[in-house]
Design a protein around this ligand. Sequence first.
Ligand SMILES: Nc1ncnc2c1ncn2[C@@H]1O[C@H](COP(=O)(O)OP(=O)(O)OP(=O)(O)O)[C@@H](O)[C@H]1O
Length: 293
Amino acid sequence: MTVLARAHEVTRRYGQVLALDRLSLDIGAGELVGLLGPNGAGKSTLINLFAGLRRPTSGTVELFGGSPLDPVMRRGIGVTPQETGLPESLRVKEIVDFVSAHFRERAGRKELLARFGLDDLAGRQVGGLSGGQRRRLAVALAFAGRPRLVFLDEPTTGLDVEARHALWDGIRSFHEDGGTVLLTSHYLEEIEALAQRVVVIGSGRVLADDTVRAVRDLVGVRRVSLVAGDLPELPGVLGSERVDGRTTLVTTDPDRLVVELVRSGTPFSGLEIRPTTLEEAFLALTTKESAHV
Ligand SMILES: Nc1ncnc2c1ncn2[C@@H]1O[C@H](COP(=O)(O)OP(=O)(O)OP(=O)(O)O)[C@@H](O)[C@H]1O
């Protein structure tokens, strides 16, 4: 596998804050990697290091085998930060042309706008775009220089379902054409929908790096739901909720839980056991992590 971006034993401090803690991660050519972690886990810091916007306190960061501080290497990437300020008075097509002009290789304006569902807005001033349209434009601009690798920091924040799906389609088609993507998201279904590989980070460290499915299996959390009155104390329960008389228990050991439930003689009905969503897996992982601290 050709490695396009590599972090090796990277530590980044901001004063007393340890944002990344000897983190190592390789992004291979053609991968679509989802970076998942709670607020403050270090996701944006990692993207800023790869994009050459910050330097590590220690450890090494490589981009295309060179330094992210080298503009030649940076020309091969596209970045959408969490927040972007675009000049309000420029038209969409003018901004696309302005950004594209910085690159030797350029995506065609029409093709770029179409890919992100913005074709009808080419003549519109940015000041007249909705929040979601602005966000889509900011993401589209990451692709203006025909990058080999794009970093998208929470690309769909603030978008409605339709706009989010339009953006997913744009990211997917870039990936299908051989592009490499690292994206962070708080929408867990987004990572499940797009990424083959998920890297979970917490407290500046990699907690898991695997397929979405394997990460779920890794924590082995299941949802047991049933209709019952008051329940006795049951083994391995990480959380519970009760909606409309149905109780759902999140557990690491559904078999033992059911055995104990039957042994307790508590009457129940409608038993269902389901695998977890990535969100539940992620919560269990980060809970485990904080239990270690
Ligand atoms: N410029 C800065 N100065 C001081 N501390 C910072 C700075 N940037 C980030 N941090 C701190 O570093 C840690 C990691 O932040 P980072 O933004 O990388 O996390 P994140 O995973 O992207 O979070 P979020 O999901 O909220 O965007 C946090 O504790 C944050 O407060």
